[in-house]
Ligand binder design. Sequence first.
Ligand code: NAP
Length: 308
Amino acid sequence: MNKEKLVILGSGPAGLTAAIYAARADLKPLVLEGPHPGGQLMTTTDVENFPGFPDGIMGPQLIDNMRKQAQKFGARCEMKAVSRVDFSDPKSLKMTVNGEEVTADSVIIATGSVARWLNLGKGEEKYWGKGYTACATCDGAFFRGKAVAIVGGGDSACEEATFLTKFADKVYLIHRRKELRASKPMQQRVFENDKIEVIWNQNVTELRGDPLLESVELTETDTGEKSELKINGLFMGIGHDPSTKFLDDSLELTNGYIKVENHTNTSVPSVFVGGDVADWHYQQAISAAGWGCMAALDAEAYLTSLEA
Ligand code: NAP
């Protein structure tokens, strides 16, 4: 059994920023990178809104830089995932890692969330970064003067449709039903915006274009009738799934996201949290990084209090 001082779960911006801070505090953190090392930035191309990179930086490069920075100060990054945890004893946190048991005095959970994609099974991954994206905040500015569509009928889709009208000339909001799930004020904003057209009762069933996205096939949900919509960008607004499955009932959750108190505290005093696994709202690389920093500082204070 391996006994660690601090284990960080996840290797996106939250986990790696936590690792940089914890390593600089000489905590020698073990970073378990998870099933998708680097997280959502690994499927992102140009990142133009992360401070410090005036010419932008590719998502995977940004992750690689963060990992190297953490390792430089002594973080140990391992491509392993936690399948089970037992947090019943806060002084000895247990995790099953690739079949082995690891215990730790403190854990930072930064396992992020996964954007929901269409999953049509028709090779639509080839359009990632070529018009098919799940982040309006990150990629909206690439579609200045173009026509784009966002799929979904919740608050995210409505908020992002409105945001996209800052850049795009035309924004289609494609929803699979005849009424939106979003809150009334959010719906109102969509209906009052001349640039947004809501397309009701339709599913996107195919992405087309070579190599860039040029159009999508729509299928009417009741009749199955097909049509084509010409667009340059397709945004996903159908929600995110926080990566919390391995926790079982070990921590309190809210709507599937880890419940947080006092910035980074969870329902177990030695377990801290940072980034999208607790954030249904901002979901940005920089907000995750900032939160990872806070989690590391709080974990450090907790570990210091054990020595007192
Ligand atoms: P959401 O509320 O779960 O809505 C997801 C939407 O995507 C639904 O309209 C759903 O359709 C649709 N959808 C799901 N899977 C689909 C698929 N495979 N194909 C087509 N459409 C699909 O998710 P969200 O909008 O991301 O919001 C998540 C949470 O954050 C909510 O609690 C929301 O209120 C909150 N939020 C708040 C704000 C704000 O207050 N400013 C902003 C953003 C998010 P159906 O309606 O048919 O199920």
